[in-house]
Design a protein around this ligand. Structure first.
Ligand code: ATP
Length: 239
């Protein structure tokens, strides 16, 4: 049986002034999937993610989430419905501790016991954050801040978690760690959309993938098939 479609984007177009960055994008994400969106700099991946999560207004097309159009809805309303994005550059609250950041992540919830339980779950998933629970987020390394941003997003109990370039700017060891954590979070049943320039790593952990070029989806397939596709290898894997 095919899993339920949680997110379906059709004919999405987004412009910045006169420049069309996204030119008619179609893709869908089913329950439990880890879908990777790869493509070179400026392909329109971030613009697509922002349009889905209410950070930018689409000019055309539709976005269906849980079988309803969410086009035009703001980020706040979408987070409350479980559609949560961790943006490029992370955006943790630098002057708050790790624990406070996690509490902020649960701002849409009122179940105090559940929140405490979930903070413990985050500490089990990210032992590094537990060790540093009382440290100010701004004093942590880039990789640690990325983990915190992901943990904070998970505190909203997302149905679909969108991650924009989580490995960007990190050391090779941290990149390994981040991909491991993304895979673990996915294995726990969270549906994930992963936007990445690190195409080989992103496709290796993906159930399915999409390739984006100049504002359009140009290829799609199973992660493992795209990983060995000669065109993908030539364009994105340096071969
Ligand atoms: P990257 O991996 O470099 O972030 P991307 O695939 O996410 O690339 P986008 O950031 O979505 O690409 O950018 C798509 C196009 O839109 C690019 O040509 C970019 O220069 C342009 N663009 C992005 N943000 C703006 C903006 N705020 N104003 C004008 N043009 C923008």
């Amino acid at each position: 049986m095919t899993a339920k479609t949680l997110l379906k984007v059709s004919g999405l177009k987004v412009s910045y002034g006169g420049i069309q960055a996204v030119k008619g994008v179609d893709f869908e994400v089913r329950e439990g999937e880890l879908v990777s969106l790869i493509g070179s700099n400026g392909a329109g991946k971030t613009t697509t993610m922002k349009a889905i999560t209410g950070g930018l207004v689409a000019n055309d097309g539709d976005i269906q989430y849980l079988d309803k159009s969410i086009k035009g809805q703001g980020a706040w309303d979408l987070v409350k419905q479980g559609l949560v994005m961790v943006p490029e550059g992370r955006g943790v609250f630098t002057r708050m501790t790790i624990t406070e950041n996690l509490q902020m992540g649960a701002f849409i919830r009122s179940d105090k016991a559940g929140i405490l339980e979930d903070i413990d779950k985050m500490f089990a998933l990210f032992p590094r954050l537990k060790e540093r629970r009382d440290q100010l987020a701004g004093t942590m390394s880039g990789g640690e801040q990325q983990m915190l941003a992901m943990a904070r997003a998970l505190m909203c109990q997302p149905k679909v978690l969108l991650l924009d370039e989580p490995s960007m700017g990190l050391s090779p060891i941290m990149v390994d760690k981040i991909f491991e954590v993304v895979r673990d979070v996915s294995a726990q049943g969270v549906t994930i959309v992963l936007v990445e320039q690190n195409a080989s790593r992103a496709l290796a952990i993906a159930s399915r993938g999409y390739v984006m070029e100049s504002g359009l989806i140009t290829m799609t397939g199973l992660g493992k098939d795209l990983l060995v596709d000669p065109k993908v290898r030539a364009a994105y894997l340096g071969e």
